[in-house]
Design a protein around this ligand. Structure first.
Ligand code: SME
Length: 137
């Protein structure tokens, strides 16, 4: 039988590993830009289902990263005015863009139920994860 993994299966495996092994990573998912560069669409994820499967560029933390091409670390989501709430349990968020040939094609998005949990070590680690993810595209 064909046991070749699809890209979505590999992305889901990454989400599962991160959520399982890093206690303060409570929702882990990928959003990818549509070709028109106006919307992000939800890809594989683990954690509570979200209504926000499509996010316009510029909207929320994810939409801002689609435009800025920069990491966005949010220690306290309640202090953000351009924020899309997915779950009332979420206290903090980190979003790191994925670059393929210098182009921002999407991002990894992680929500935490712990306040202010993310350090520069999380940024460096997730940049490394995103570099590996980029090789799948
Ligand atoms: N909080 C994100 C929306 C996605 S959920 O976290 C899964 C945002 O503000 O863009």
């Amino acid at each position: 039988s064909n046991t070749e993994k699809t890209t979505d299966q590999r992305l889901l495996n990454i989400c599962e590993l991160l959520e399982k092994h890093i206690t303060y990573y409570n929702w882990v998912g990928f959003y990818f830009a549509k070709a028109d560069k106006k919307e992000l669409h939800l890809g594989p994820y683990v954690g509570a289902p979200t209504d926000h499967t499509v996010i316009p560029f510029g909207k929320g933390i994810c939409g801002q990263v689609a435009v800025s091409n920069q990491n966005f670390v949010v220690p306290d989501v309640m202090a953000q005015d351009n924020y899309i709430a997915c779950s009332i349990t979420v206290k903090a968020e980190i979003v790191v863009p994925i670059f393929v040939n210098g182009e921002n094609i999407g991002q990894i998005d992680i929500d935490s139920n712990t306040a202010d949990p993310f350090t520069e070590a999380d940024e460096r680690f997730l940049e490394y994860v995103c570099q590996k993810v980029a090789t799948l595209f």
